[in-house]
Design a protein around this ligand. Structure first.
Ligand code: FES
Length: 347
């Protein structure tokens, strides 16, 4: 009768070697004669059932903190990533500890010799019958299920996350917009400039700003460029004074309308009022009017990125501007209120 193969196996806990038998007659006889450690079903066939663990909860909390941090602060995002990594490590370690996956026990020389003798006694001298650590089927199924679930979850989630939050981190940038030669801006007067920040997008990208030539500051031209978006809810603010409509200039998408004399700016929606530096003087706006950065190239004035302003001290070229990251209308940029409403949606 042809003999069946019965590979050598080493137990995970003891590291001792035994022979897995599939030939009943041989196995029964050897079980009576062999000095090998008898099989103990209660010890080795016990299914691997992971106990309750808090690591997944900690991992989930870390992910939540990471996502919130992406919106409000990179420090918070880093902390969340660290928490998630630590708990992920503990979770994986918990799953692998005690299953023979974490580290392979050393083979006792005596056991190895005994196993080899058993193999020779059964006519199997091929060393290929000796196998590596025992790998419980329940553990294999558990880990492979988690692994496949993680891969599928990543495939489904990552593209969605990328489309959702990716644009906020792309350098979409604000291109400088040419709003005409410096000579079109008489010193000490406001000019209402209308321009398009993305000409390819048409009228939807049109912006208006109040531009004042402040003269020279330390040998360099100085300009005040105030946005017309109300700091309350974003209505278009108007100059409080007459416009010199006859002096209007138009080139390309840019239109320049000089003012005669203005005493500040007013919002038609809810009566918000601002002085000529854009400081709020009355009404519901929560801060000063936003401003634009500027640059001068080849004698022409270029409008850059907008920024928010809490308030301005002084006037004209000597004004001290309290500058902040660009914020939506209605958002406080300083003081207690800015801490009460810290989360700003990406824009
Ligand atoms: S939107 Fe300007 S005061 Fe309300």
């Amino acid at each position: 009768m042809g003999s069946l193969r019965f590979p050598l196996q080493r137990t995970a806990r003891s590291g001792r070697v035994r022979v897995a038998c599939y030939d009943v007659d041989r196995c029964l006889s050897r079980a009576l004669e062999s000095p090998l450690e008898p099989l103990n079903p209660s010890q080795d066939d016990h299914p691997h059932v992971p106990g309750p663990s808090l690591w997944p909860v900690g991992f989930a909390i870390g992910i939540v903190v990471l996502l919130v941090g992406i919106i409000i602060s990179w420090w918070v995002a880093g902390l969340g990533a660290l928490v998630a990594l630590v708990f992920a490590f503990l979770w994986v370690r918990d799953l692998t500890t005690g299953t023979g996956l974490a580290e392979a026990p050393a083979v006792e020389p005596e056991s190895a010799a005994t196993a080899a003798a058993a193999a020779r006694a059964d006519g199997h001298e091929d060393e290929s019958y000796a196998t590596e650590d025992r790998y419980p089927r329940s553990t294999f199924l558990e880990l492979s299920t988690i692994g496949v679930g993680a891969v599928i979850g990543g495939i489904v989630t990552l593209p969605v996350l990328g489309f959702m939050i990716g644009p906020a981190f792309l350098k979409q940038g604000v291109k400088d917009t040419d709003i005409g030669p410096l000579n079109d801006y008489p010193e000490g007067k406001f000019v209402v400039a209308t321009f398009r920040v993305q000409p390819s997008q048409g009228e939807v990208s049109a912006r208006s700003a109040f531009v004042r030539n402040n003269g020279q500051l330390n040998g360099q031209p100085s300009f005040t460029i105030i946005s017309n978006h109300c700091a309350h809810l974003g209505c278009p603010v108007q100059p409080n004074g007459p416009l010199d409509v006859k002096g209007t200039k138009q080139f390309g998408d840019v239109r320049l309308v000089p003012t005669v004399s203005i005493a500040g700016f007013g919002c038609p929606c809810h009566g918000g009022q601002y002085d000529t530096e854009g400081n709020r003087t009355a009404g519901p706006p929560v801060r000063a009017l936003d401003r634009y950065s500027f640059s001068i190239k080849n004698g022409r004035l270029f409008v850059g990125a907008p920024f928010s302003v809490s308030h301005v001290d002084g006037t004209g070229a000597n004004a001290q501007i309290h500058k902040w990251t660009y914020a939506f209308p209605g958002e406080h940029v300083d003081g207690l209120e800015s801490w009460l409403y810290p989360i700003q949606p990406p824009h």
